[in-house]
Design a binder for this molecule. Structure first.
Ligand code: HAM
Length: 418
């Protein structure tokens, strides 16, 4: 136990973290260009927020939340997603009183107690955006364009964007009736979970992971077939914008999302070759959520992308850049006086903004050279008793295998010039 991490979690080690920093920096850059600003909310919230926000008939709320009682006997949940928290922050901090729309983005860990497998973890990371107060179809198109732009900048261009419309509460009532009619004769064949969803939220049956339920749902009516004229017009506008932007998409009437708050546009992005967990991101509009959480009627739309799955897709397609964080310079010193002098040079190099390191194991000259080679540094600065006497150091270009003796006072400028 002491040396084993909990199932479904991962350590991100030096050597791997550079890839994370790369995609996180890309997310921040794209968001800056699209006018989204970062928001950081707590990793845990009151359980009620997710029950109400995500929906009590969803898999997430029914079986995947990390819930615990804190010492004050409050029910607390590790966030399974980011949208509900950002909505809570928008309301609690009265961001609706400022200029609208509010466009925010976040990057951070989420927690779901699901069965771990390749691409599915219990602690995973999302990059997400949320827009509050923009009801125009162009906002739907912007949010999807932002996601696709982000992937494309990383080099992921062979992804599939699936879109659908889930309609408004009026369309939802129509589809609900139709679904109940459709499933009624086969009620006994549905899984126990879906039998209970039949009354509470039949749309959820379309998202069931059991293969039998999926089979039975094959010919079920879809929301796209039940859209009212306003929702139909909104969805057509969204598609026109997507066509204008030249972003290909697949119209996918079967698409339902795993969270209950969606209305109108819903979308998911698939990477064809990363295995069963192929959804690298998803999102949509949620025009009723802010009001359902006690706020003024406010339209919302956003997405979240799974960073682990993006890394998998980058790895699979050979698009991960070779980033190595290595110091530029390694100081090699032989003898106590040389070590002292090198240690103070080390601090001056760092103060000058040059990444540098030295040995703290009392290695021999040969072993220090070998270690510097392993670190992959470009330059070694070698100080022995002779150099010390002459007030100089040996500057060695480790790649070219050449070296020169230079005055110690010129090391910083020489390295800066290089
Ligand atoms: P979601 O579809 O539940 O949506 O999750 C979004 C993405 O997070 C998925 O497409 C996937 O890439 C990643 N993901 C989800 N669960 C796991 C897991 N167990 N392991 C690894 N990756 C995972 C949401 O979370 C919504 N809050 C998105 C949203 C924002 N809608 C509107 N605004």
């Amino acid at each position: 136990m002491l040396t084993t991490r909990p199932r479904g979690t991962a350590d991100i080690l030096p050597g791997q973290i550079e890839n994370w920093q790369y995609i996180e920096a890309m997310a921040a850059q794209v968001c800056r260009e699209y006018g989204y600003r970062e928001i950081r909310t707590p990793i845990f919230e009151h359980t009620e927020l997710f029950v109400r926000g995500v929906g009590d008939t969803t898999d997430i709320v029914e079986k995947e939340m990390y819930i615990f009682q804190d010492r004050g006997e409050r029910s607390i949940t590790l966030r399974p997603e980011g949208t509900a928290s950002v909505v809570r922050a928008y309301l609690e901090n009265k961001l609706y009183a400022g200029p609208q729309p509010v466009k925010a983005y976040y990057i951070g860990p989420m927690f779901r107690y699901d069965r771990p497998q390749a691409g599915r973890y219990r602690q995973f990371h999302q990059f997400g955006v949320e827009v509050f107060g923009a009801k125009q179809p162009a906002a739907d198109a912007e949010v999807m364009a932002l996601a696709m732009d982000f992937y494309a900048r990383l080099g992921l261009t062979d992804l599939e964007l699936h879109i659908n419309s889930l309609g408004c509460p009026t369309c939802r009532a129509t589809v609900r009736d139709k679904l109940q009619q459709y499933f009624q004769p086969m009620l006994g064949e549905l899984c126990p979970n879906c039998q209970s969803r039949y009354d509470r939220n039949p749309l959820r049956i379309l998202d069931c992971k059991s293969s039998r339920c999926a089979e039975l749902a094959l010919d079920a009516p879809t929301t796209a077939d039940c859209l009212c004229s306003d929702c139909q017009a909104h969805f057509e506008q969204v598609q026109l914008y997507m066509q204008d932007l030249g972003i290909p998409y697949v119209l996918d009437k079967q698409l339902v999302r795993g969270l209950d708050y969606y209305t109108h546009t819903a979308f998911e992005i698939m990477a064809p070759d990363i295995g069963a967990q192929s959804s690298v991101g998803g999102g949509g509009r949620y025009n009723g959520l802010i009001e359902a959480c006690g706020g003024p009627p406010t339209p919302g739309i956003g997405f979240a992308l799974g960073l682990e799955r993006i890394l998998l897709a980058l790895e699979k397609s050979g698009k991960l850049p070779q980033i190595q964080a290595r110091p530029l310079v390694f100081l090699i010193a032989v003898g106590d006086r040389a070590v002292r002098s090198s240690f103070s040079l080390l601090s001056r190099l760092r103060a000058a903004g040059i990444a540098a390191d030295m040995d703290y194991q009392g290695r021999s000259l040969k072993a220090q050279m070998k270690y510097a080679g392993k670190l992959g540094v470009r330059y070694a600065v070698i100080t022995g008793e002779d150099e010390l006497q002459r007030g100089s150091v040996m500057l060695r270009d480790m790649y070219a295998g050449e070296q020169w003796e230079i005055p110690v006072g010129e090391v910083i400028n020489t390295l800066k010039d290089k």
